[in-house]
Design a protein around this ligand. Structure first.
Ligand code: HEM
Length: 71
């Protein structure tokens, strides 16, 4: 929420996550975690993903897919 927004809608600096399909989210988080993806501004996302274990990554991937755009 701190970066991607309460409803996961993102902003001009942070991508939208709400409704994203879980396998894509898991793959991106694993890529950030392992250094396979390093295009994030100031390594912000790599720092977050490195602190997460696989169970947490799977949990938030399932969660963000349930988020809806705030009315
Ligand atoms: C558990 C919490 C988080 C999850 C699940 C998450 C998930 C993601 C995902 C899946 C992407 C890739 C989006 C795409 O390829 O469409 C992403 C990108 C990004 N996230 Fe997060 N994020 C989290 C927390 C944060 C936080 C706290 C920050 C800021 C400190 C952040 C900053 C970014 C940035 C800057 C990108 C864009 C990287 C780019 O330029 O492509 N995220 N995040």
């Amino acid at each position: 929420m701190g970066c991607h927004g309460e409803d996961g809608s993102g902003s001009d600096a942070f991508p939208r996550l709400n409704g994203q399909n879980p396998p894509y989210v898991v793959n991106q988080l694993m890529n950030f975690k392992t250094g396979g993806r390093t295009n994030d501004n100031k390594g912000l996302m790599q720092a977050v993903a490195k602190r997460m274990n696989e169970q947490e990554i799977n949990a938030v991937a399932e969660y963000v897919t349930t988020l809806k755009e705030a009315e």
